[in-house]
Ligand binder design. Structure first.
Ligand code: GLC
Ligand code: GLC
Length: 645
């Protein structure tokens, strides 16, 4: 039914588009042909998704036509080399599953001062092996507090101290030549309250008050809040902020995150169209992967928790259809830091081809704290497999806090009480639990629920800070092994490994954020230090901390890049009969690798039987310190990472 209607609509709209775009078509007839072929192919999909969300709007067809004009106009702006990339990616849509892929993420200003600085670091990215670089939000944002750039005032302007949009486009080109895909955020759940749309809403322009969710009284906010979780409870209670100058008597604006981040109203088709336009603008600068920020929150409905609603998926799929038509090279990465059942729902070739893997991240830290692999092994066995045309982005740290997002039901199966265990993990990583090696800080502690998340750099959480300042050489060695162990897992487990730059040289917590009024209230800044290039200079000096971490990591990266078994995402868990040793096998194109990771500070044994079952004795040891005597049990050294292939 809808299929027929979509064809009818397409036939009616095409000549209208041709009329409106006739000058551009005359200048670029071949481009128009390529575009209209793609449009025809993907239109039924886009039509259905857009219809699902917006069919109750009186002006549905007006907005649909407007959207198509947005797509075509963006296409005409798309450069020749990006159109070439579109073709290449359509032919090889699984490019991101290669074992050559290695992700990195950094802040432009903190890493290299500005965009030119980042450009000058291309040799360093190549040295490390980076093929995917996420530059943290670099768009125009309010001065002072701006949530590390996640309050965007213009998607088309770079935050002035960092450079210009022209420089970003030129950086993207240089990256492409160096084999690096540029990744930036699409912060599409909210804008800053200084964005032009918000400014117009503040001025009372009704077209723009409809861009946000603004209420004249507490009535509706009260209803909504009965079912909402508080995301940043230290910043403001509930999900709304009162602005006295709105309307005549003031108004309540939906602000899931900070008060200066206004949630957009996707029930309004004009919001979708405008965001599609901003998205394609970024794609045309040469952005290859968009990190879709805070995907869980984009649709709101009274009586629900307003997270992970079905319409959120429909909207992202509609954005995906937009990309298929006007910037096919573009790939989405979902940032859903929610229950694992919900995380996977964003992952599909038609929605987000890539997704953070917050469960693996949290359970790696869990295994370091408990020295046990039960939850981790269970998660790899039951939750790791995703659609074969997609990939996880596996990481140990990013710019955000660590939330313990494992499933309580999974934990219960192993006799673990979820909330008690989270309390233990928080105590452990704050360094308050007896025997803890970690130096982390609480983030957004909620006195009402006792909830809290953890901030801290990889090295400080893994014990390096405590070892260097309070202990000695043995503990330093253990901390470095912990860092390398969890990186070993993300580099071999399948999908794209992502390194939070700074971690590769063992960067410790930086407590100076407490002296900065724009940061003092947000402990995440403890793990967002300015790069110290004097320390980076020591990365090739073997007896320094930097050198030991960097060298260890480089060996793991080379291991990944040299063996095709690490491509793709196929994984089989190996029951090692030892509660401290994680085991898994990776297969790709008939190549195999077998991995064992000892999460204990004691040596641990893998029985011969298991080794025989996976024919270890006939394989080469590709990585690890432990001895592998023929036909015998293998005794793994403390925190060792053994790889056979
Ligand atoms: C995402 C970002 C986080 C930010 C939030 C609001 O979760 O990762 O840093 O605070 O969105 O934009
Ligand atoms: C919440 C959100 C997540 C965001 C984080 C920032 O956990 O679910 O999207 O990254 O807050 O701290």
């Amino acid at each position: 039914m809808l299929e027929r209607e979509s064809q009818k609509t397409f036939k009616r709209l095409l000549p209208r588009m041709e009329e409106r775009l006739k000058e551009k078509i005359a200048q670029d007839p071949h481009g128009w042909q390529v575009f209209s072929t793609r449009l025809q192919k993907h239109f039924p999909k886009l039509f259905k998704l857009y219809f699902d969300i917006y069919h109750e709007n009186y002006d549905f067809f007006f907005h649909l036509e407007d959207l198509l004009i947005v797509l075509a106009s963006a296409w005409f702006e798309r450069s020749v080399d990006l159109r070439k990339l579109d073709n290449a990616r359509e032919k090889n849509p699984l490019w991101f599953q290669s074992n050559q892929m290695l992700g990195g993420v950094c802040y432009v200003d903190l890493f290299a001062k500005n965009l030119e600085g980042v450009k000058s670091k291309i040799p360093y990215f190549k040295e490390l092996g980076i093929t995917y670089l996420h530059l943290m939000p670099l768009f125009k944002a309010p001065e002072g507090e701006n949530d590390g750039g996640y309050a965007v005032s213009s998607y088309r302007e770079i935050h002035p101290p960092l450079g210009t949009m022209k420089q970003l486009a030129s950086l993207a080109r240089e990256f492409r030549q160096a084999g690096i895909s540029l990744v930036v955020d699409l912060v599409f759940n909210h804008t800053s309250d200084e964005h032009l749309w918000a400014e117009r809403a503040k001025a009372g322009d009704e077209d723009y008050t409809d861009f946000y969710r603004i209420f004249p009284s507490r009535e509706m906010p009260n209803h909504y809040e009965q079912n909402l979780r508080e995301i940043f409870p230290e910043e403001h209670a509930g999900a709304f902020t009162f602005f006295p100058d709105l309307f005549n008597e003031g108004g309540w604006v939906w602000t899931t995150f900070h008060s200066y981040q206004w949630d957009l109203n996707y029930a309004n088709p004009a919001v979708f169209n405008h965001m599609a336009e901003e998205m394609l603008f970024l794609a045309n600068q040469g952005v290859e992967v968009l990190r879709l920020d805070a995907v869980a929150f984009i649709w709101k409905q009274l009586g629900t928790g307003c997270e992970n609603l079905p319409e959120a998926h429909t909207l992202i799929q509609a954005f995906n259809a937009v990309a298929c038509i006007a910037s096919p090279a573009l790939v989405f990465k979902s940032e859903a830091i929610v229950h694992p059942d919900d995380v996977v729902k964003y992952i599909s070739p038609n929605e987000c081809q890539l997704s953070y893997n917050p469960l693996l991240m949290a359970l790696l830290w869990n295994s370091l704290a408990t020295r046990k692999i039960d939850l981790l092994s269970q998660a790899l066995g039951t939750r790791f497999k995703i659609h074969p045309e997609t990939a996880w982005v596996n990481y140990v740290r990013v710019h955000d806090d660590i939330g313990w997002t494992f499933s309580d039901e999974d934990a219960a199966m192993l006799g673990v009480n979820g909330s008690d265990h989270r309390r233990f993990l928080n105590e452990f990583y704050r360094g308050r639990f007896n025997g803890s090696f970690a130096r982390g800080l609480p983030f957004q502690e909620n006195p009402l629920t006792g909830d809290c998340r953890i901030s801290g750099t990889c090295a400080s959480l893994a014990g390096l800070e405590k070892a260097l300042h309070e202990e000695g050489a043995n503990e330093v060695e253990l901390a470095i092994r912990r860092i390398l162990l969890i990186h070993g897992v993300i580099l071999t487990v399948g999908g794209i490994p992502l390194i939070y730059l700074g971690d590769e040289i063992g960067t410790l917590n930086d407590y100076t954020y407490r002296d900065d009024p724009a940061h003092e209230r947000d402990s995440r800044w403890v793990h967002r230090p300015r790069s110290d290039w004097k320390k980076y200079a020591k990365r090739n000096v073997s007896n320094t901390i930097e050198g030991r971490v960097f060298h260890g990591l480089k060996m793991l990266i080379e291991l990944r890049k040299q063996h095709e078994a690490f491509a793709g995402g196929e994984l089989e868990v190996i029951p090692t009969e030892n509660e401290h040793i994680l085991g898994f096998m990776r297969t790709y194109a008939n190549k195999r690798a077998v991995i064992f990771a000892n999460f204990s500070e004691e040596s641990q044994t893998i029985p011969t039987r298991i080794l025989e079952q996976y024919s270890i004795h006939g394989k080469k040891r590709l990585h690890g310190k432990s001895k592998v005597p023929p036909q015998k049990d293998v005794t793994m050294e403390a925190l060792d990472f053994l790889v056979f292939g």
